[in-house]
Design a protein around this ligand. Structure first.
Ligand SMILES: *[C@@H]1O[C@H](CO)[C@@H](O)[C@H](O)[C@H]1NC(C)=O
Ligand SMILES: *[C@@H]1O[C@H](CO)[C@@H](O)[C@H](O)[C@H]1NC(C)=O
Length: 132
């Protein structure tokens, strides 16, 4: 059924000289399984999955919970980048700062899910890799 739909779309699009078959989903970095960041720097993590021409990117906790924005703590940018802001020790929350996350990319081609990525805040460090 799906294949038939695709073929039909393809032949329709072909007449318009547009290539619908190029609609695709991909992993940007399938080997990314762990990100450790400094609480004094925070971290900005692009979705490791993507799509063309345009994919909707969503982050989840591996436990299945939706990601919600927490002001000054966590934000998902419109471009699918997950941002955890620098935080003071009193604001530490293991559900946010030491947890498994994953990202999905969805478009007409379907939907893919990245592997779970353990995002974990470490101590404030000067030698921590800055991810801007
Ligand atoms: C993918 O993630 C691994 C682990 O963090 C890293 O070593 C590697 O450089 C990344 N590759 C790309 C293309 O970003
Ligand atoms: C996504 O948007 C944020 C905020 O505007 C920006 O800092 C970041 O560099 C963007 N990332 C990508 C991959 O475009």
């Amino acid at each position: 059924m799906w294949l038939v739909t695709l073929l039909l779309l393809y032949s329709l699009q072909e007449a318009n000289s547009e290539d619908v078959v190029s609609t695709r989903l991909y992993f940007v970095n399938a080997s990314l399984q762990r990100v450790t960041f400094s609480s004094s720097v925070g971290v900005s993590l692009p979705c490791p999955a993507g799509g063309a021409p345009h994919a909707i990117l969503r982050w989840y906790l591996a436990a299945g919970d939706d990601i919600y924005d927490v002001p000054h703590i966590r934000h998902v940018h419109a471009n699918g980048t997950l941002q955890l802001y620098p935080f003071s020790p009193s604001a530490y929350n293991s559900i946010i700062h030491d947890n498994e996350y994953f990202c999905t990319a969805e478009n007409q081609a379907g939907k893919i899910r990245s592997p779970s990525i353990h995002i974990k805040a470490g101590e404030a460090q000067t030698n921590c890799k800055h991810v801007k």
